[in-house]
Design a protein around this ligand. Structure first.
Ligand SMILES: [Zn+2]
Length: 300
């Protein structure tokens, strides 16, 4: 069967298009337990017409996918998550959430809301208010712990781990212990990037860097020369493989010589820190100590 819905994607080298048939072929090859329906994400600031179109196209793709799923036992074994789109239009967000809820989906992914944008929490709450609470609500994308607290309070249930991945790509080590055990601001890389920004005077770099600065409260830039002869672990007291076997100086050396092992060790540590943060968060929610945990964690 040939369907009309298709979305364009861009990867590192080019653009490509995926229609429903091709998406189903991908699902059949990978056989995941769960898959998010493809969607048309629009950035904030787009016209009402464009926001409406994003919802129409997203729902159409979902309907065609679910129609095809009815006739395939293999596809029936894959749970489908519906995507909630609509740009920054509250009307379209509500329409998409309500319409997606009517479909046979296992959960919802709220797409296209940047935690750095204005009124993101209000928009997120609008989506959540119109989604049933008996199915999980996902909020994908890299988020600092303070954004995670906010999204959680809006009603989000599930997050991904792309923040840990992005920190690793920046050559950074996460420290997500409570505030008293975190490095002081002068030891993280806020100063490094600010200096780099002043030196280059590039507008584009300035914008990228100002975004990064927001994330650096929980990071140390291990590629900084100050760690060349620092023989302590990435985070003192961390029980991960990288911290119990290697030093900041060794990982600095690996980053300096562009050894792939640098990212492997940083990734092990960053995942450990990120997953430990979520473990403590779940415990705080279960023990009714969420507010204390949050205040203690965010204290500067
Ligand atoms: Zn560690």
């Amino acid at each position: 069967m040939i369907f009309s819905s298709a979305f364009f994607f861009h990867c590192l080298v080019s653009f490509f298009q995926i229609n429903v048939d091709q998406f189903i072929e991908i699902l059949k090859s990978f056989k995941p337990n769960i898959a998010q329906c493809l969607c048309d994400t629009v950035p904030s600031g787009e016209s009402c017409k464009r926001n409406r179109k994003s919802v129409d196209r997203t729902l159409k793709f979902l309907d065609e996918l679910l129609e095809c799923r009815k006739n395939s036992d293999m596809l029936k074994s894959i749970e489908i998550l519906g995507s909630v789109e609509g740009g920054d239009s509250e009307t379209e967000r509500v329409r998409c959430a309500v319409e997606t809820s009517k479909r046979e989906v296992a959960g919802f992914v709220v797409e296209g809301i940047e935690p750095s944008s204005q009124n993101w929490e209000e928009l997120l709450k609008t989506c959540i208010k119109n989604l049933p609470s008996d199915r999980p609500r996902f909020f994908p994308g890299p988020m600092t712990p303070d954004h995670i607290f906010s999204a959680l309070e809006c009603g989000i249930d599930v997050f991904d781990s792309s923040f840990a991945y992005e920190a690793t790509r920046r050559g950074c080590s996460l420290n997500l212990q409570c505030s008293s055990k975190r490095c002081k601001p002068e030891l993280n890389h806020t100063n490094d990037v600010t200096e780099k920004c002043k030196a280059t005077q590039s507008k584009e770099l300035e914008e990228n860097i100002s975004e990064n600065i927001k994330k650096t409260r929980f990071e140390m830039n291990i590629a900084n020369i100050r760690y060349k002869e620092d023989f302590s672990s990435l985070v003192i007291g961390c029980s991960c493989y990288s911290c119990t076997n290697h030093t900041r100086a060794y990982i600095y050396h690996l980053l300096e010589t562009k050894e792939m092992l640098a990212e492997v060790l940083l990734m092990i540590h960053n995942f450990h820190q990120y997953f430990s943060f979520f473990k403590k968060l779940r415990e705080a929610l279960n023990n009714d100590t969420y507010e204390t945990f949050k205040q203690d964690f965010l204290r500067t």
